[in-house]
Ligand binder design. Structure first.
Ligand code: NAP
Length: 478
């Protein structure tokens, strides 16, 4: 059997390793860029780090004794993926600079076309295309008239020197908070255009000492223990978000409120920074230095809405012109894109655009009715929150391998979820949302076009249980 994996980021590398372990060596990975690393290749903004502890944000089978910090910086994470891909023989399978633009099912296989004109065929396709990869460019009047450099956080222009400049940043999500803390001391003046204040959960990001690093190197079992302990701790976080009334959630709220009260001295600024929604309703932001950064004399939180952008800067609704040299858009991503804009045509000529109208869905986030032998990693409506998407992808891949084995063993040639199974799952998923923190009254990228969270609403352990073995009755096997 031939396999095509789309995307050489965290989950594509994982898929390749797991397929090889099972003896499926006829595989190719199509990667649009000239380097691997997915989100860690694309996001290179100042201050980028993973706010999931590094020893948890690692493959369970490839612990890394060398993580420099509890929350290591982005380039170190990218280096980790490069190393794992090389060590496990993944890199030579990657075809760089090959952006897949079409997939069409017919005669028991997927026909693949890339933007460069390459064509290929595979019985199985793994879509490892990531979740947050299409920048959300804000619809602000006059944005294209700005005279200075203006770029999205995921398209950082490293040729632009920020030293001493008047910099504006739109957004106060996880990305903006990391950028603000990193650049405030370098820029001349920083205007933070805040539409909604975020809650900040206090964390300290300490570097591991030489002694700790040596202990990790010499006693590898400590790394496994640490990974598993952190996995349990963060599964507790999932419990907090899926049950708004939980003790864990109350604990998070108390810590966030205390952080705001104790860190921000000016009462007027404190009120402007105080959200009017429950902590963790939006993705909780982890930071030990944001409040300190935002109180620097050269930083200003602008809360009047943006009226428009003009060549000189940003004009807010109160009529004030905020003059700027550089404008950064930390405005997030189009979270419902997944594999799109790829053109995908499944069984009987049904397109993905049709199947995903009005919104994306997949049975247990992995397979789509009518699209056989196509498996998504970190697909729609999966677990999201402040925990490791690597664990999610590992569980999904182990589950997908069991479906792939059905085909490999000749028990069927084509496999995908039935429409009935997906609809029943979707009904149960939506019905469960009332207990979650995400519906308690805030705007976030978790919410779909109906305002329903596009997430897994049950405890994380339920997800692990669901991923343990497929219920084959939910599958259309031919
Ligand atoms: P985000 O959470 O979607 O935040 C976007 C920000 O831009 C929000 O503050 C939003 O305001 C603001 N915004 C959007 N459009 C706007 C407009 N037209 N006018 C004014 N403000 C506007 O995006 P993000 O910060 O890039 O983070 C996205 C996700 O990436 C995170 O939730 C997280 O899952 C992941 N991430 C993770 C890490 C990590 O350390 N692991 C770091 C960065 C990002 P509103 O709040 O009012 O909508």
């Amino acid at each position: 059997m031939r396999f095509a994996i789309i995307g050489a980021g965290m989950s594509g590398i994982l898929a390749s390793i797991k397929l090889s372990e099972a003896g499926f060596d006829d595989q190719v990975i199509y990667e649009k860029a000239d380097r691997l690393g997915g989100t860690w290749r694309e996001n290179t903004y100042p201050g980028i780090a993973c706010d999931v502890p590094s020893h948890l944000y690692s493959y369970s089978f490839a612990p890394n004794p060398g993580w420099s910090h509890q929350f290591s910086p982005g380039d170190e994470i990218e280096g980790y993926f490069e190393r794992v891909a090389a060590d496990y023989g993944v890199t030579p399978r990657i075809r760089f600079g090959e952006k897949v633009d079409g997939l069409e099912w017919g005669d028991g296989r997927w026909r693949i076309t890339t933007e460069t004109g390459t064509t290929d065929e595979a019985e199985v396709v793994i879509a490892a295309t990531g979740v947050l990869h299409q920048p959300n460019l804000p619809d602000i009047a006059g944005l294209d008239t700005f005279a200075g450099p203006c770029f999205h956080s995921a398209r950082w222009d490293h040729d632009v020197d920020l030293a001493g400049k008047r910099v504006g940043i739109v957004g106060t999500g996880s990305t903006a908070v990391q950028i603000i803390s990193a650049v405030v001391d370098e820029v001349g003046h920083l205007d933070v255009f805040q539409r909604t204040p975020p809650w900040i959960f206090p964390v300290q990001n300490t570097a591991y000492s030489e002694e700790e690093l040596a202990a990790f190197r010499e006693q590898p079992e400590r790394l496994t223990q640490l990974h598993d302990t952190l996995a349990e701790l963060f599964a507790g976080f999932a419990a907090a978000v899926t049950d708004a009334e939980s003790e864990q959630n109350k604990g998070i709220a108390t810590a966030c409120v205390a952080n705001l009260e104790s860190s921000v001295t000016d009462p007027e600024l404190r009120e402007r920074l105080r959200p009017d929604y429950a902590p963790a309703c939006k993705r909780l932001i982890m930071s030990g230095d944001y409040y300190e950064a935002i109180q620097r004399p050269n930083a200003e939180v602008v809360t009047d809405g943006i009226e428009c952008v003009v060549p000189e800067g940003v004009r807010t609704k109160d009529g004030v012109l905020h003059e700027l040299d550089v404008l950064v858009l930390a405005t997030g991503f189009r979270a419902d894109a997944f594999m799109r804009p790829m053109d995908i045509v499944g069984r009987d000529g049904v397109t993905l655009a049709e199947a995903w109208d009005p919104r994306p869905n997949a049975y247990l986030s992995i397979t789509i009715p009518g699209f056989p032998n196509l498996f998504m990693l970190n697909g729609p409506n999966g677990p999201v929150g402040n925990f490791s998407l690597i664990e999610v992808a590992e569980l999904q891949m182990a589950y997908s391998m069991q479906l792939i084995e059905e085909v490999a063993a000749g028990r069927c040639h084509e496999i995908c979820a039935t429409q009935e199974a997906m609809d029943a799952h979707e009904e149960a998923r939506v019905a469960e949302m009332g207990h979650t923190i995400w519906v308690t009254g805030c705007r976030s990228w978790y919410l779909d076009d109906r305002g329903v969270p596009a997430t897994w609403p049950w405890p994380f352990q339920d997800f692990r249980d669901a991923m343990a073995a497929p219920d084959l009755a939910a599958y259309d096997r031919r």
